[in-house]
Write a protein that binds this ligand. Structure first.
Ligand code: ADP
Ligand code: MG
Length: 224
């Protein structure tokens, strides 16, 4: 799968808060490539992930998955594409209240139409790989922010999505853990050929990435 953003403009907020978060963005992301999305805070990294993951509709321009426009899908089709093809790891983790770490993974698999029983072993492996083998039965309110996000990462990886969108995965972990998470993301990208975009400030991630997209270069409106 290839993701192409074609002249994408996104404005957010109303009145005085109205902001052009992306302006005429034009970029292609290819399968099997881990792209680091860099740029200062406020430069539109999270907005780009939201547009790519069909959570946000651009005001202008097109988001093309394998050449077909996300905007042309019905709401139902878009929701389905998100569930089955996109792994989205928010900074907040976005876990379901009341479910244990292991259940978070199995519930997502079930929603995507996979049979949880066959995935249990892999779910435990992934939770081990993100360093949470001792937290399998913890619920979100019993976990730190960094731990919650790592569960969200394991949950996304379990489904081997074609498009993997990850917002600042190493912001809340130490250096050793950042190395491990980055290696896991890179390995998964290369193994399954996902289009992987990681918004980050972290040199650990940018050093390991196959490509870099700098929001400042992208977002600068062309001179007239
Ligand atoms: P980054 O992830 O690079 O820090 P964001 O994509 O979160 O940047 O934000 C891009 C710009 O859009 C910022 O200037 C931010 O203040 C603004 N912004 C984000 N969300 C909203 C919103 N709901 N309303 C208005 N402006 C917003
Ligand atoms: Mg952000």
């Amino acid at each position: 799968m290839t993701l192409h953003l074609d002249d994408v403009t996104v404005t957010l907020g109303r009145g005085d808060a109205r902001t052009t978060a992306l302006r005429g963005l034009d970029t292609t992301f290819r399968p099997g490539v881990l792209t680091a999305l860099v740029g200062p805070s406020g430069s539109g990294k999270s907005t780009l992930l939201a547009v790519a993951g069909a959570l946000l509709r651009p005001d202008r321009g097109r988001v093309l998955l394998n050449g077909s426009d996300l905007a042309a899908l019905t709401d139902g089709e878009r929701a389905r594409a998100r569930r089955e093809r996109v792994g989205y790891v928010f900074q907040s983790g976005n876990l379901l209240t009341g479910l244990t770490a292991e259940e978070q993974l199995l519930a997502a698999a079930s929603l995507a139409g996979r049979r949880p029983r066959t995935l249990r072993t892999r779910a435990r492996e992934l939770l081990t790989e993100v360093g949470l083998e001792h937290r399998l039965t913890h619920r979100p309110d019993q976990l730190s922010g960094g731990e919650r996000q790592r569960i969200a990462l394991a949950r996304a990886l379990l489904l081997q999505p074609e498009l993997l969108l990850i917002d600042e995965p190493t912001a809340a972990v130490d250096r050793t853990r950042a190395d491990d998470l980055t290696a896991l993301i890179a390995r998964t990208t290369h193994q399954y050929g996902s289009v992987t975009i990681v918004a980050t400030h972290d040199p650990v991630v940018t050093d390991a990435a196959d490509a870099t997209v700098d929001m400042l270069e992208q977002a600068t409106p062309s001179a007239v």
